[in-house]
Design a protein around this ligand. Structure first.
Ligand code: IMP
Ligand code: MG
Length: 185
């Protein structure tokens, strides 16, 4: 792993940067329409959501406020622990605001279900979820993205913010990780 250059671990490009940008632009337009005149507060989920967050907020043509939270549900492997840990919370009040949670990917749905329930206790006017990628076939809990970029099959993916063991977030395309890279773990 340490010696692999970033392309060594890529099996193939699943969603190209051009396709990602098209999806971002579509989502930005939709959100711009839906939140006219509303007090929009966008919450990015670190670390994976940082690339999408930066692109998405620039595709939304509305005044908005934003902040980041950090959670961890994965260790360094490719399987979820099923336990969500809050590492960085938002300290500002969220009452009276329309919350839009921005994630890199919905997999089991455990992370977003936890976050929605947690934010619901803080008196927001609404809570919606925007994700750039979705693996619907992997869902373990009842959770649907309100704004979904691209649905993908059940493959472990890296790039556009998503990592494997902390690396490869900077790949501009969404790529499938070579199976032999993680199956030896
Ligand atoms: P969930 O709670 O199972 O829906 O998992 C959500 C989190 O798991 C995402 O925010 C990602 O950080 C991570 N994750 C899920 N699938 C992948 C993947 O294919 N590659 C990298 N990270 C992933
Ligand atoms: Mg992650």
């Amino acid at each position: 792993m340490e010696t692999a250059n970033k392309m060594d671990v890529v099996d193939r490009v699943l969603v190209s940067q051009e396709e990602i940008q098209q999806a971002v632009s579509r989502l930005g337009k939709q959100i711009t329409q839906d939140y006219q005149g509303k007090d929009l507060f966008v919450i990015g989920v670190l670390k994976g959501g940082f690339v999408f967050m930066a692109d998405l907020v620039r595709a939304i043509n509305l005044p908005l406020q934003l902040d980041f939270i950090a959670v961890s549900s994965y260790g360094s492997s490719t399987k979820t622990s099923g336990v969500v840990r809050m590492i960085k919370d938002i300290d500002k009040p969220l009452d009276g605001k329309h919350l839009l949670i921005v994630e890199d990917i919905i997999d089991s749905g455990v992370t977003l279900k936890y976050l929605k329930e947690m934010f619901a206790t803080r008196g927001p006017l609404s809570i919606k979820v925007c994700t750039i990628f979705d693996k619907p076939s992997r869902r373990k809990v009842d959770l649907k993205g309100d704004y979904v970029g691209v649905e993908i099959p059940d493959e472990y993916v890296i790039g556009y913010g998503l990592d494997y063991a902390g690396s490869y977030r900077n790949l501009p395309d969404l790529c499938v990780l070579r199976r032999d890279v993680y199956e030896k773990d």
